[in-house]
Design a protein around this ligand. Structure first.
Ligand code: ZN
Ligand code: ZN
Length: 376
């Protein structure tokens, strides 16, 4: 446990992230005190990986509140933080109330999406002197722009994800089931150092691939002409997310080729549109137009992509309703798809870094259809 804990501190600049939060609180005219309750945000700001706790950020103090299970862990993971541990018989909320009273805090922003109504009511009744201000997305908006250490971690996660796929592809035989391939993916990625899959891999043969989020089952892959695999690693806390479609024989139907090449052209058009200043919905539209022109407009049934980072799905989304301007340092997936019920589906997904003068495709697995044939 210990080496991984030290790695976090060496790898990530938590001090700078906390300074950014304080600056953001000031520029967005929010209270100077923020209660962080989202676990991913707590990790982002401190490196603390425990499952229970609050982080209180004030202009001159950062205090982590947690329970006795984490006394040693918190010293190792965040030795420079002030820490308050629940006393025997004290609840986490009671501890929070005690700390807020001691600090004489009168105005507190809280992360509304991760505070339940019950918790809010309890805080409000126990702290009549504190005005609680709902806040949303403040840290998430900072997390959208990755710093160099985060980009390096995402690159490592993608490399492991790609190497995993190469091994799985080389070992592929027709009698393997979707579920076995899903298991092999996870096993292999852990052998390469990932802590887990960052989502349940999607392994879908033939008609099952018409479901964008198919669950791997007992279908033998050799019985179907195509196999869709969507998989991602969690490495050093950062996610990767890729999709490839393999042809399981070199006899490729005209329909398969048309669908595949349309999706690939759509993906390349979208990647071409990614640069600082581009609007997320326009990038989505660039792919959608290619698919609509080929007559499959109604069969592209999901958004084009999403940000990746500490979470596999985070901002910014690449979709019609998202008017966000892309900025250098964002990392997004681009994953158009065409899904034809009772036939199958094709999705091609890569991870893209927005750079100061355009973008960089971080994933390098081949994606021309002729390079995606495995004769099982
Ligand atoms: Zn994916
Ligand atoms: Zn994705």
């Amino acid at each position: 446990m210990a080496p991984a804990i030290c790695d976090n501190r060496r790898m990530f600049n938590f001090k700078k992230r906390l300074a950014n939060v304080r600056r953001q609180l000031t520029t967005s005219h929010q209270p100077a005190n923020l209660l962080v309750s989202n676990r991913t945000n707590i990790f982002y700001l401190t490196g603390f990986t425990g499952s229970a706790g609050y982080l209180l950020v004030t202009p001159d103090q950062t205090t982590l509140l947690t329970d006795g299970r984490y006394t040693t862990q918190v010293q190792q993971e965040c030795p420079s933080l002030d820490v308050e541990i629940q006393r025997h018989g004290e609840t986490l909320i009671a501890l929070l109330c005690r700390v807020l009273k001691q600090a004489k805090i009168s105005e507190l922003a809280f992360e509304a999406p991760s505070v339940s109504k019950a918790t809010f009511d309890e805080l409000e009744s126990k702290l009549p002197q504190v005005s609680l201000i709902a806040s949303s997305g403040l840290i998430e908006s900072l997390r959208r722009i990755k710093d160099p250490q985060e980009i390096a971690a995402i690159r490592r996660s993608i490399r492991v994800n790609e190497r995993t796929f190469e091994v799985i592809r080389a070992q592929m035989t027709g009698d393997l089931t979707e579920r076995e391939i899903g298991f092999n993916l996870e096993h292999q990625m852990r052998q390469f150092g990932a802590s887990r899959c960052c989502f349940e891999p999607i392994v879908a043969a033939g008609a099952n691939a018409a479901l964008p989020h198919a669950t791997p089952g007992a279908t033998r892959i050799g019985d179907h002409p195509l196999l869709l695999i969507d998989w991602g690693a969690d490495l050093d806390h950062y996610a990767s997310d890729l999709t490839r479609v393999l042809a399981t024989s070199d006899k490729i139907s005209a329909k398969f080729r048309k669908v595949y090449d349309t999706v690939l052209a759509a993906q390349l058009a979208a990647i071409d549109a990614i640069r600082p200043g581009a609007i997320a919905s326009d990038v989505d539209e660039a792919a959608r137009e290619v698919i609509a022109d080929a007559g499959f407009g109604k069969r592209f049934t999901h958004s084009l992509g999403h940000g990746i980072g500490l979470e596999v799905h985070e901002g910014p989304g690449l979709r019609a309703s998202q008017k966000t301007e892309l900025k250098a340092g964002m990392v997004v997936t681009v994953e158009p798809g065409i899904y034809l019920p009772n036939w199958g589906g094709v999705r091609i997904e890569d991870d893209i870094l927005v750079t100061p003068d355009g973008c960089e495709v971080l994933s390098e697995l081949p994606k021309q259809l002729d390079a995606c044939i495995v004769c099982v």
